[in-house]
Design a protein around this ligand. Structure first.
Ligand SMILES: Cc1cc2nc3c(=O)[nH]c(=O)nc-3n(C[C@H](O)[C@H](O)[C@H](O)COP(=O)(O)OP(=O)(O)OC[C@H]3O[C@@H](n4cnc5c(N)ncnc54)[C@H](O)[C@@H]3O)c2cc1C
Length: 371
């Protein structure tokens, strides 16, 4: 077993982790970024569609191009990136257990930033364990990263942005999306994404869910059913589809396992996908020297993940004495202003309220601790 010392260790080379790495390394910190994937960029390299939002958040640019830009800045910053490397555990003193090149390392860092992202929710129904039932994000990885079509005839469950975007990308990749099914009475994602699906002729069944998937050793079909008030199936409304793949886009939840191991305090925020770590305005958790950023703090979107990463990187560099309080305050004010813009307006309101609750919970926690 080898031991590695560094100033800042970052778990996750997605939007948040790479942004944090750039900030900390350009301030002069020795930075090690670790990711279990063979490619850096996290979710960004799967996103071949153009982003929304403001010009300063690269609206109109495709996700993978944002990833390429971010990565080239990180490469020039001097930060080290270990890929194909798993962080399997974290001790209470924040040392990390890591498998790199088949060898076991302990990484001891003065500051640790966890930017591990989120994972897909799953749903149980008869046939849900058959090969061919998969998360929509997994299907997106297959087509956009590995260039493999998961199936030829696909039914998508869930009409949030992930369900809508991945349906469209599956069609671009050559699959037929036979239907999009949504349990709620209304489509959850942006109208512009739903419009593309509709124009392509995909029927959208709102107030419907999957009753069962048919097949013995693999998916051979799917039966859906209409649901009434209280999500109760309405007998006699069943419809069958001949499909070989069923994709589930039923939400994401933060990948918080390492943060639990370190002993951080959490709160439960449904708007953020479940249990999320308490953190302050510097992204520091209840464990001193342990920071969080991106979807792991609550599922939002890539631009917020990048800004939270920027904030965590600047705060970690400041606490190492690499940025003066004045320099750090100026940077943090700019980043926070951009984050507030992202969490404003019709679509940002819910996330802004959740983030305020999370920050307030942290204030209460620290006040209690000080008593
Ligand atoms: C299908 C889909 C479509 C989306 N579309 C959009 C969109 O149009 N616009 C938008 O703004 N956002 C979109 N998002 C959301 C956006 O991708 C995320 O909010 C953002 O990428 C989160 O960044 P992150 O750095 O927090 O996490 P990620 O990008 O998920 O990065 C986390 C990284 O951590 C690594 N990791 C985790 N645990 C470990 C471990 N133990 N050891 C080593 N490595 C580890 C993972 O391998 C991963 O690379 C979409 C998300 C999905 C799933």
């Amino acid at each position: 077993m080898k031991t590695i010392q560094t100033d800042v260790a970052i778990v996750g080379a997605g939007s948040a982790g790479l942004s944090a790495a750039y900030q900390a390394a350009t301030a002069g910190a020795d930075v090690l970024v670790i990711d279990e994937n063979r490619l850096p960029g996290g979710q960004l390299f799967k996103q071949i569609h153009k982003f929304f939002g403001s010009r300063e958040h690269q609206a109109g640019t495709r996700g993978y191009r944002i990833g390429q830009e971010l990565l080239s800045r990180v490469e020039k910053s001097g930060a080290r990136v270990w890929l194909n490397t798993l962080v399997y555990g974290m001790e209470k003193d924040c040392s990390l257990g890591v498998i790199h090149n088949g060898e076991h390392y302990v990484v001891r860092a003065k500051k640790v930033i966890v930017a591990a992202g989120a994972k897909e929710n799953y749903m149980a129904f008869p046939g849900s364990t058959l090969p061919g039932v998969m998360g929509a994000g997994a299907a997106q990885t297959m087509i956009n990263v590995n260039r493999v079509l998961p199936g030829e005839r696909i039914l998508m469950l869930g009409s949030g942005n992930v369900g809508l975007i991945v349906s469209y990308q599956l069609m671009q990749a050559g699959a037929e999306v036979v239907a999009l099914v949504e349990g709620a009475p209304r489509i959850g994602g942006y109208g512009v994404h739903a419009g593309k699906i509709r124009r392509a002729g995909v029927p959208i069944y709102t107030s419907h869910t999957i009753k069962r998937v048919l097949g013995t050793n693999a998916v051979e079909g799917v039966e859906i059913v209409e649901v009434g008030p209280g999500f109760v199936p309405i007998p006699g409304t069943e419809k069958k589809f001949d499909v070989d793949t069923v994709c589930l886009a039923v939400g994401l939840n933060p990948m918080t396992e390492l943060i639990w191991m370190a002993g951080c305090a959490f709160c439960f925020l449904p708007a953020f996908g479940g249990h999320v770590p308490l953190h302050d305005s510097n992204m520091e958790t209840t464990v001193s020297g342990l920071y969080v950023a991106g979807d792991v703090t609550g599922v939002e979107e890539a631009s917020s993940a990048m800004e939270e990463g920027n904030l965590a990187g600047v705060a970690a560099a400041e606490s190492l004495g690499l940025l003066s309080p004045e320099q750090a305050a100026e940077k943090k004010a700019e980043i926070t202003a951009r984050l507030n813009t992202l969490r404003s307006g019709m679509f940002g309101e819910r996330r802004r309220t959740a983030k305020e609750q999370q920050l307030n919970s942290m204030k209460h926690y620290r006040a209690k601790e000080a008593e």
